[in-house]
Design a protein around this ligand. Structure first.
Ligand SMILES: [Mg+2]
Length: 366
């Protein structure tokens, strides 16, 4: 039976967070994340470009001055790393829910692998599950992504890049199909084949994965040396690595998000407070189950336009007191939210966790 691995890669991640979450007025416009180009005299490089900007020839790593010359009416925004990190946590959470055994392998801030072999048994085809995941990520995070599905991580990663943005690419499951898929691709389509390796291979007349498929390991050796076995396998789509979770082993935080069925009007304060208190109670139950105490409370607020902020507050001594948690959360919410905007989501997180010291009972002294 084939394994099914999905590689999920967010489309133009930083630029998408700016367009769809931080600055909804920029949807559909060329957007560059990077410093102000100051009419072509600014310094610095483009950190990310939206697809509209890419269509004008702009790409990440390009000086902002050059990007400005290519497209003077592109919007340049200084990115805020915090908003990317919030968005990353959110879609990783969605992926975890779909993954077999909740195992997820994060490859970077905007891409991850999940195994879905068991989950696929309930679907007519793996692509149906991929569509559902894509839709769920869009609904919950307002971010577009592309998904590659294949029997292993290496092939899934190549597949994702084939149809961007918002694409789904399915490969497999038999060896012939996999080899046919890889055959026409340039050698650097393989994750791990960098610029130097590509150059060395090209100098030996090797341009495509198909060429490597027809070579033996000794034939590859002059160009690849010890990497020959690895490339021999990857070019044929062979990758036996198990998918190991690389999430944090020790829980650094406990959190709960609530998206309302309908956006809540800003003056429905009691309703919002109640929702916050309920989440605090659930988090507090979890803390007690795990014998943990917190020092920091973070409240996340998302408005109807998808703009998302989060604010934190810490206390000097750890506690697991539900009432303190509630009071801190409500207090942050009341003071930090924009009182004019309808609320779409509220999230509560506790961090700075430590273990509750064992109770000393009075009887021990008697
Ligand atoms: Mg990406």
């Amino acid at each position: 039976m084939a394994r099914w691995i999905m590689h999920v890669d967010m489309d133009a991640f930083f630029a998408s967070v700016e367009q769809f979450r931080n600055h909804p007025e920029l949807v559909g416009r060329p957007v560059c994340v990077g410093h102000d180009p100051k009419g072509g005299n600014g310094r610095g490089v483009v950190r990310a470009a939206s697809y509209e900007a890419r269509a004008k020839g702009i790409h990440a790593g390009m000086p902002v001055s050059k990007a400005y010359r290519l497209c003077p009416d592109a919007a340049f925004v200084d990115g805020t790393f915090e908003s990317y990190s919030i968005a990353s946590d959110e879609f990783m959470d969605v992926l975890r829910e779909f993954a077999d055994g909740e195992r997820i392998r994060r490859a970077s801030i905007d891409e991850a692998y999940i195994e879905v072999t068991q989950r696929c048994e309930n679907y007519e085809h793996p692509t149906a599950l991929a569509k559902e995941i894509q839709e769920e990520i869009w609904q919950r995070t307002r971010l577009p992504c592309s998904i590659g599905i294949a029997p292993n991580m290496a092939v899934a990663k190549v597949a994702t890049g084939m149809n961007k943005p918002r694409g789904i690419t399915f490969v497999g499951p038999d060896q012939t199909t996999i080899e046919k898929f890889l055959e026409p691709l340039p050698v650097d389509a393989i994750n791990g084949v960098g610029r130097k390796t590509t150059q060395r291979l090209n100098e030996s007349g090797i341009e495509t994965l198909g060429q490597i498929q027809r070579m033996s390991i000794p034939e590859l050796w002059p160009a690849m040396g010890r990497g020959s076995v690895w490339l021999f396998q990857r070019a044929r789509g062979i990758d036996e690595r198990p998918l190991m979770d690389n999430g944090p082993r020790i829980r650094k935080s406990i959190s709960k998000d609530l998206t309302f069925m309908e956006d809540i009007e800003p003056d429905a304060v009691d309703y919002l407070h109640n929702a916050i208190r309920k989440m605090c109670t659930r988090i507090s139950d979890r803390l007690k189950q795990k014998a943990l105490r917190f020092r920091t409370v973070t409240v996340k607020m998302r408005y109807d336009d998808f703009i998302t902020i989060q604010r934190s507050k810490s206390i000097p001594v750890e506690t697991d007191d539900t009432r303190i948690l509630e009071r801190m959360a409500v207090d942050i919410f009341d003071h930090k939210r924009d009182p004019k905007k309808p609320v779409r989501l509220v999230g509560i997180k506790v961090s700075g966790l430590s273990e509750t010291p064992e109770q000393l009972y009075l009887t021990e002294f008697l």
